[in-house]
Write a protein that binds this ligand. Structure first.
Ligand SMILES: Nc1ncnc2c1ncn2[C@@H]1O[C@H](COP(=O)(O)OP(=O)(O)OP(=O)(O)O)[C@@H](O)[C@H]1O
Length: 901
């Protein structure tokens, strides 16, 4: 339910219009006396209607009042002060904009005037418009132009355009008197944005009417056309007043409302009494002369205030026809196709964009990857090269260390030689008589005494050749040590630089590598190389320790050999003492008992075995794999192991070779002048270590190496020589077996021959018991021994059958070579053999342990294997003393043991 609101304004009265006879009088208005501003009028009358219009309600604002009272001014306003039109439209579009998210609005406008009861379209003033009324009683203006618009500015442009078309003439009361009623119709259609079959459309209409002012003819004094205009204006306003009067009647008093009296009332039918919220802005003049008009206006306004209207929302349920549906469906399909095409286009654009991006990324990554690979490859090569260089240098350092150890050993050995000689010379100078006497005794006993001994016998004590060699060797070795030290220092410096370079490269890698996998692989690679380097260092340490162990093993072995020899000598001496009833001091007897007890207990043997076990264990700990061992060390270890095995099995049966002093055959000593003189006769390598590692050692082991000995570390050199000989000569096992059988029979013959000779000479031996120098073999024995050399018997069978003639020639060289050996034999022999020779030989010979001990030559004659050894070992040194020292033994055992078995 709406209310017809009427608002009256008091306008400050202006001076009365100056009436002019010549023209229409113009009523001057004093605007400064205006009580209300347009803004105030708009807010209090029209603004509240806007919300209803956009919601589908009709609304009307019209300005009513006598001419010249400011109606047009209120509705249209000025540029500086917009009127109701502009303010209302601005607010209307603002409201539409606020709710435009969920609703669609369509705003259209039309502007017309009713001039002399003629409706004219102000926006398209081509013809005259007609009012029509549809079946529902709605008033329609046929042919009116409606302009759709989206903002207030466009409407204002239309208004300005339309106002230019509006009939406006100066009158006596108003210079800009409007001669028509102007109606601005704004239609707002509102609907929801979603498509629906039953679509609701709200249509709100806003009428803003600027009425022409009523005028009194007496005032305007119009005539002619103006009068006619005035008459139409007054008639239409009278009809409006009548309608208001009629509508304002309450209850049953209401009379018929005659809207048809004028086009104005017909047009405003809904606005006046129907479905519309209507505001009447009444304008009056404050002039007293306009009292009557003002009173009438106020009366109308008052009556209009009583008009009750029924306002309802203008809803249209749009019921579409099939054609409309088809159209809608077609539109929707088009819209769908358009949207699909738009989506596809967007997808294509995105795809192309992605392709471009991936291409660009691929290009960038490809370039980066290629660059990274190249850099990686270079860095990797550099790193590996650095590691290899490190390893090479470490190996070189290792070799240098090894060489240094050898040099030290050689130097020590030569120093010992010199010290030995100096000690002997000092002793000689201290006791010249005793020495000469002892040496003379030795000279008498040994027919083949050496030149060295002869020199000593002369008492001139010139420096022996070996000492001269030792001195020369020492000076050379020292020079080499200095050279090695400088090489080592240089190598260590280079190694340090290479380490630094490698660590820098390792740090550089992570910066160059972006991939985690590559970094991991590289870390592993570095780790592998680091481990290799560490392994090389460990090898170096292990080799040093291994060297020490081998040296210790060698020394122990040497002592063991010497001990065995001493044991043998003691046993033989004891036998001689017992056989010849020689008186010995009690202290010596006690010492012998202690010695015998120790031998019986076998403490030393057990300790030795224990030492071997420990040594093996330590070596196993040091050397964990074959590849880990230095080749020389492996060779040495093998030789030591063999020597250990052989030693235990044969040490009790064979006297080991004990040679402390010998000429150096090291690579450094080979160049000395003194050694060059000695070399043809040199027979013993300085140390087992050198023997095994030097090329000289290899040469010595060859069959053509005349005058050379097998390794000292091999406790059974004859066996080694036998194996070597077999391998050279290529004898088959069957042939060897045959040789063994033949040898047994030969041995029997030889033993029997010795027995016969010994028996025949037994009386001679007994007679010679008191003579300490009677150890020289008898001529018969010499012949027996020389002939007894197995070959004498073998010449008939074995040699002709199995061996080439060279074997015989080699065997015949045994004696001279043996003599050369005795020239260089150890001091131990020099001191021990004379002692052994003192007592007379005894037929019966047996040690307390029940183990037979025989000279090597004797055994060689009795054993096929030993025979073979002898064939190869043409340079074996033990054959020489046999003839002089061990002659008594030959017959001694003939009755005690079966040599053949
Ligand atoms: N409130 C106001 N402030 C200032 N000037 C005004 C005001 N009201 C009216 N006027 C002036 O008074 C004169 C007459 O005003 P206007 O033409 O608006 O009267 P009107 O009622 O429209 O007359 P008509 O009925 O003849 O068309 C104009 O020059 C207008 O500028």
């Amino acid at each position: 339910m709406g209310a017809f609101r009427q608002q009256a304004y008091n306008v400050a009265p202006g001076p009365p219009h100056n009436k002019s006879s010549e023209g229409p009088s113009v009523q001057q208005t004093d605007h400064s006396c205006l009580l209300l501003q347009i803004e105030e009028v708009y807010v209090s009358t029209t603004k509240s209607l806007i919300e209803g219009v956009i919601s589908g309600y009709n609304a009307t604002v019209f300005a009513y009042g006598p001419t010249g009272t400011g109606k047009t001014y209120t509705m249209l306003g000025l540029d500086s002060e917009p009127g109701i039109y502009i303010r209302t439209l601005n607010d209307l579009f603002r409201a539409i904009e606020v709710s435009s998210n969920s609703l669609d609005y369509t705003v259209s406008m039309s502007y017309l005037e009713i001039y002399n009861e003629i409706i004219r379209d102000l926006l398209n003033p081509a013809g005259v418009l007609e009012l029509r009324e549809d079946a529902k009683g709605n008033i329609q203006i046929a042919g009116i132009t409606e302009f759709s618009t989206s903002n207030a500015e466009e409407i204002m442009e239309f208004l300005r355009k339309g106002n230019k078309q509006r009939t406006q003439e100066p009158t006596a009361a108003n210079r800009t008197s409007s001669r028509s009623h102007a109606v601005l119709q704004v239609t707002v259609k509102q609907k929801s944005k979603g498509k629906d079959i039953n679509e609701e459309v709200c249509i709100g209409k806003l009428f803003m009417v600027d009425l022409a002012g009523s005028e009194r003819a007496s005032q305007t004094r119009h005539c002619g056309k103006r009068m006619k205009e005035g008459a139409h204006i007054n008639l239409s306003l009278l009809a409006l007043g009548n309608c208001i009067n009629a509508l304002s009647e309450k209850g049953g008093n209401r009379t018929h409302v005659n809207f048809r009296d004028s086009k104005l009332t017909r047009l405003l039918k809904d606005s006046l009494g129907g479905n519309s919220r209507t505001v009447m802005i009444a304008h009056i003049s404050p002039a007293s002369t306009s009292f009557e008009e003002s009173r009438a206006t106020l009366i109308y306004a008052y009556r209009a205030k009583n008009i009750k209207t029924r306002v309802k929302r203008n809803l249209q349920n749009v019921s579409y026809h099939i054609a409309q549906y088809t159209s809608i469906i077609s539109d929707l399909r088009k819209e769908i196709e358009h949207l699909e095409e738009k989506i596809k286009q967007q997808e294509r654009e995105k795809k192309a964009e992605r392709t471009n991006v991936s291409n660009i990324q691929g290009g960038v990554l490809g370039k980066a990857s290629s660059y990274s690979r190249e850099q990686m490859s270079i860095l990797r090569e550099q790193l590996i090269s650095a590691f290899k260089e490190q390893m090479e240098m470490r190996r070189s350092l290792l070799q240098l260390e090894n060489t240094n150890i050898e040099l030290h050993i050689d130097t020590s050995r030569h120093l010992i030689t010199i010290a030995d000689w100096e000690q002997d010379r000092a002793r000689h100078d201290k006791k010249p008589g005793q020495k000469i006497k002892r040496d003379k005794t030795a000279e008498n006993r040994l027919a083949d005494s050496t030149d060295e001994e002869n020199e000593e016998e002369d008492g001139s004590s010139p420096e022996p050749h070996e000492v001269t060699v030792a001195r020369e060797e020492i000076s050379m070795l020292l020079a080499e040590q200095i050279k090695n030290a400088s090489l080592k220092a240089e190598l260590e410096k280079r190694l340090s630089n290479t380490k630094l370079k490698a660590s820098q490269l390792e740090r550089l890698f992570p910066k160059q590598i972006s991939s985690e996998e590559q970094q991991e692989v590289l870390r592993l690679l570095c780790r592998v190389h680091e481990l290799e380097v560490e392994n090389t260092e460990l090898q170096a340490k292990a080799l040093c320790k291994e060297n020490l162990l081998c040296q210790k093993d060698f020394v122990i072995l040497h002592y063991q050999q010497h001990r065995t020899l001493c044991d043998e000598i003691i046993q033989q001496q004891q036998t001689l003492i017992e056989d010849y009833k020689i008186h010995v001091p009690e202290s010596l007897e006690r010492l012998y008992q202690v010695h015998s007890l120790e031998v019986e207990k076998g403490t030393l043997n057990r300790l030795q075995q224990f030492q071997f076990v420990i040594s093996n264990t330590l070596r196993d700990c040091l050397v964990s794999g074959e590849s880990f061992q230095h080749p020389n060390i492996k060779q040495l270890e093998k030789a030591v192991a063999e020597s250990r095995k052989s030693f235990h099995s044969q040490a009790k049966l064979e006297l080991p070779l004990v040679r402390i002093k010998s000429n150096s055959d090291s690579k450094t000593s080979g160049s000395t002048p003194a050694l060059l003189q000695t070399r043809p006769n040199s027979s013993v390598s300085p140390t087992t270590f050198n023997l095994l590692r030097t090329p000289t050692f290899q040469r010595q082991n060859t069959p053509a190496g005349k005058g050379n000995f097998p390794s000292l570390l091999s406790p059974n050199p004859l066996e080694a020589q036998r194996r070597h000989s077999l391998s050279v000569k290529g004898l088959s096992p069957e042939l060897l077996e045959e040789i063994a059988v033949e040898t047994k029979s030969i041995s029997l013959v030889a033993a029997r021959r010795r027995l016969r000779i010994l028996r025949s000479e037994s009386s001679f031996l007994v007679d010679e018991r008191k003579s300490p120098t009677s150890l020289d073999p008898s001529p018969l024995m010499k012949k027996a021994v020389s002939n007894d050399n197995i070959l004498a018997a073998l010449q008939l069978k074995t040699e002709k059958s199995f061996f080439p003639s060279k074997f015989h020639r080699d065997h015949r060289t045994e004696i001279p070579i043996g003599r050369r050996y005795t020239k260089n034999r150890s001091r131990s022999f020099e001191t021990i053999f004379p002692e052994i020779s003192k007592p007379k030989p005894q037929n019966h010979h047996s040690n307390k342990l029940g183990i037979l001990s025989y000279p090597k030559t004797t055994l060689a004659a009795l054993n096929s294997k030993t025979f073979l050894k002898l064939k190869g070992a043409v340079t074996h040194p033990i054959s020489v003393p046999t003839t002089a020292v061990f002659k008594p033994h030959l017959g001694q055992h003939s009755g005690r043991r079966d040599f053949i078995g």
